[in-house]
Design a protein around this ligand. Sequence first.
Ligand code: PEP
Ligand code: MG
Length: 845
Amino acid sequence: MQNNPNTTLVTQTAPIATATHGGRAKCLQRLVRLDLPVPTTVALSFEAVHKIAQGELPDIEAVLKQFPDDALLCVRPSSEDPDWGGPGAVLNIGMNDSSHATLCRDLGSDAATALYMRFVQYYAVHVARLDPDMFDNVTGNGPEGLKETLRAYEDETEESFPGNRATQLGAVLRSMARAWDGTTARLLRQAKGAPAEAGLGLVVQQMAFGVGIKKSGAGVLQLVDSNTGLPQITGRYLRQSQGRDALHAEAEALYLTKDPRGPSLEEEEPVLFKQLQDHAALMRVKLREEMQVEFTVDDGVLHILDGVRVARSPRAAVRIAVQLAKDKIIPQQEAVMRVEPSMLNELLHRQVDKDAARDVIGHGIAASPGAATGRIVFTAAEAQASASRNEDCVLVRRETSPEDIRGMHAAKAVLTERGGITSHAAVIGRGIGLPCVVGVSDIRFQTNDKQLMLKDGRIIKQGDVITIDGTSGDVLLGAPAMQEAALDDAFQNLMDWADAERDIGIRANADTPADAQTARNFNAQGIGLCRTEHMFFDINRLTVMREMIFAETGEDRRAVLERLLPMQRDDFTQLFRIMEGQPVCIRLFDPPLHEFLPTNRSGQRELAEALDLPLSDVTRRIEAMMEYNPMLGLRGVRLGVTVPEIYEMQARAIFEATLEASRDGDPVVPEIMIPLVSAKREVELVKTNIDSVAAAVHNERGESFDYRLGVMVETPRAALRAGDIAQHCAFLSFGTNDLTQMTYGLSRDDAGRFMSDYVRQEVFPEDPFHTLDLDGVGELLELGATRGRKTQPDVTLSICGEHGGNPESIAFCRARGFDYVSCSPFRVPGARLAAAQLAIAHKTL
Ligand code: PEP
Ligand code: MG
């Protein structure tokens, strides 16, 4: 049998591997090597199970020869990764009249009969796939019940129940192999990342009984708490039970360690408990992992049936990996590799407690992780009013616009009917760590009536309490229990170790001092994108901004901008100070100007009053500024070229802030980024203006300073012509949001409406606003980088779109020698970890 690669007795030296026999089989072999009391086990390879599913059974007699003639057996799944699941275990194979008779003698007839009945019923439903209703008429539990059970089986199948152990085992193997091939199982495991053709192994093990006259029972034990990862012996033991019954029978189960709530194994069976604890500690060290031990006590003798990786929350995953490294069980590099970067999201934000009841009333795109509860408000102004009353609120909008920024800052979470992963609400939400769900199509947003209509007809009104779960995309009614964010010492350790390995820079996209502080707290290496337009939506500035827009001449415009200058200077000085000499890349004004104008009649009337103009002048002017395609209209560098005063004011504010912040801190070298460029000449014109502002500030102040000018590559043409454009640039930063929008010709604000259909029908493998399209947009990045470097070999390269925080984008950029990626502050830790993992994988290749 040892030499048969497909049905292998698990011994210390048998040829068993995770890739051929699955994780459970391999783990059992490791336990055997540790001399732990593991019952005899035979492992069936993926190949063997695949053949079984096709109808070709292995030599069952050869398998059975490994076990005593009358031994009962169990079969368990052994997939390559335990998270991929598998069919449920089948226990007590070999039960028949004769083993029943033996058990009646050993265990007493009640226990033996109950086991036999349970087996026949389980076999009928899960192996022979018969209808569970067939046992509806079975009434008793004793010998009568058993007779009825066997009769029901016979009536249904017109055959007597198969008593032969080989027949039962063959049928169990066949049913488990086929279940793995079924569509549901396939979809379930694919959702967990398993490849379509993932294999299943099976292990056939001698039953350690757990039921007997003497001390018997079964349970599970682990050495850490699954939620926190802190040392804590957890589990249960149930006398006279099998498998994981202890976990389902809270009332009668024993605690493992001494516990005021009830009796414990430690007190009742101190010797056994000690043995068990020692075995678990040995497994932790030798298997280099926190393991849950599945054990059975059979007539006073301890058996270890299995060891599975302890299930763990993200917080526990970090602590377990770090502690294993601190205990020198695994190297630090391995600890870094063991934590999935996306898990960190859950640590950085409050989450809905996993055990809390969820009244889900809608579902949308999980646009910004974390969860928050509050009363519904429908306008930004109401959100601000709520905040001033210290009342938590959730801002509900059809979609948000820059005018909502202050309301978003005041709210605890945001919910929008429209939008996708790069829509305004999503970008801002991620930037400021505000839980956000967008694109919710199963709720009707009746915002004028200040209410939401649910699918089931229920109406949720302004003031009602809801919870936004931006991690799952769920909208919940009420206030479920929450779990706090966990930036503990283990997290800090892991991050330090990750930074020691990383070889690509990570910056943050940050627009406000609060964002910048978050970026610093998360150890970002500077700001990769400061979107300055958000600074103009402050209520004090908005009116000035509007005056500027309405100015007739350049002179008038300059005069109004003079009033904005000190405010902008202040903004930048604060950012520079917070970043303490780290680079800050400031993007010049980007959106179309009319985004700053009021959209409704009352706003227009207020504006007319403020500007002392007739209402008709205001409305005419607003109408004249309207564009059919504003995102492709007069915005970004096009404003810089046609209305140069705005960029001049911003450049002056940046330079004056540079001098101010450098005076009392590290010298600042600001980076100025021009958005939406598509031609070299645009850069030349803007550069000439900015250089002359720099010269003017230098002359006025008599102090010198450096600055770096660069371009945001976010139009396909800028990527194609990066060779020309880079001549004038110290850096090129790829804005993959707009670059994706323009490469696909797909509106980033509207794509959410049909994206799930597109992904479901496999038109796109993923939402390209979420996962960088490496083939198309990636090719433009590659072209842009190569061409840019050709004319300007030391040009700094980066990406700053929302993709910047995704491991696959980081891998792409790192492989092409980009200098850094920039992402929302809350994604910085995940990006640092992902970058470290890439570097480690590269070194250990
Ligand atoms: C981009 O277009 O990728 C970008 C980062 O800028 P914004 O999202 O502000 O358009
Ligand atoms: Mg852009």
